[in-house]
Design a protein around this ligand. Structure first.
Ligand SMILES: Cc1cc2nc3c(=O)[nH]c(=O)nc-3n(C[C@H](O)[C@H](O)[C@H](O)COP(=O)(O)O)c2cc1C
Length: 190
């Protein structure tokens, strides 16, 4: 295989998409679309989010220390794309989807979201001298899920069809294949 060296990019590295929900000062909900997110273990299982530069989602996370992160399922994708391409500084996004409040934290959660983390910021890593970008390591205080995703009578693959998560690569949105390629540690031989 011949290899080439390329500039920094994550083109072939799929990323899960989340809508982060915060309440604005006037108590109405705001959502943005985010993919620089992952998990870490830091005394417990935690959520890690990077916000780059000025945006209302960052301002509200700073002000309140809490937010929601909801998996973007295919049915939510048109709204999620809108939230990701329209600044909350410029337009009111509060009435585009219906929201409910978190079960544990006072954070807005999309009514039709299937898997929403209720997050409390534990640690903040300031990234640049101007104080614009930061990484949040967050306690997962609750997972608010569609009850069908907790139904053990359904196989994981059947529940995955219900969740229908969208990932992003190279400025495009993709569905995930619902058929597994195998299970962790179960390959019998190479
Ligand atoms: C696919 C996609 C992924 C994005 N991921 C991030 C991200 O991880 N971090 C970030 O700071 N902005 C990200 N953005 C940009 C924000 O969604 C965008 O700035 C949005 O306006 C933020 O909402 P707000 O202005 O209401 O806070 C992403 C946008 C898109 C379209």
């Amino acid at each position: 295989m011949s290899k080439v060296s390329l500039p920094a990019s994550n083109a072939f590295c799929p990323q899960c998409l989340f809508m982060y929900g915060t309440y604005k000062e006037d108590k109405t909900p705001n959502y943005g679309l985010f993919c620089w997110a992952t998990y870490c273990y830091d005394e417990s299982f935690k959520f890690v989010a990077c916000i780059g530069e000025d945006k209302i989602t960052r301002d509200r996370i700073r002000a309140t220390g809490i937010f929601s992160a909801s998996v973007v399922s295919k049915s939510l994708l048109p709204y999620a794309d809108f939230f990701g391409n329209n600044s909350g500084y410029e337009i009111d996004k509060s009435k585009i989807i219906e929201s409910v409040s978190g079960a544990v934290l006072d954070v807005p959660v999309p009514r039709d979201g299937v898997w929403s983390f209720e997050l409390e910021v534990d640690k903040t890593l300031r990234l640049d001298a101007d104080g614009k970008s930061e990484i949040y390591i967050c306690h997962i205080k609750n997972v608010l899920a569609d009850e069908r995703l907790a139904d053990d009578s359904l196989s994981f693959e059947e529940r995955l069809k219900i969740a229908d998560p969208i990932v992003t690569m190279s400025q495009k949105y993709f569905s995930v294949d619902k058929n597994p390629n195998g299970e962790w540690g179960k390959w019998k031989s190479l």
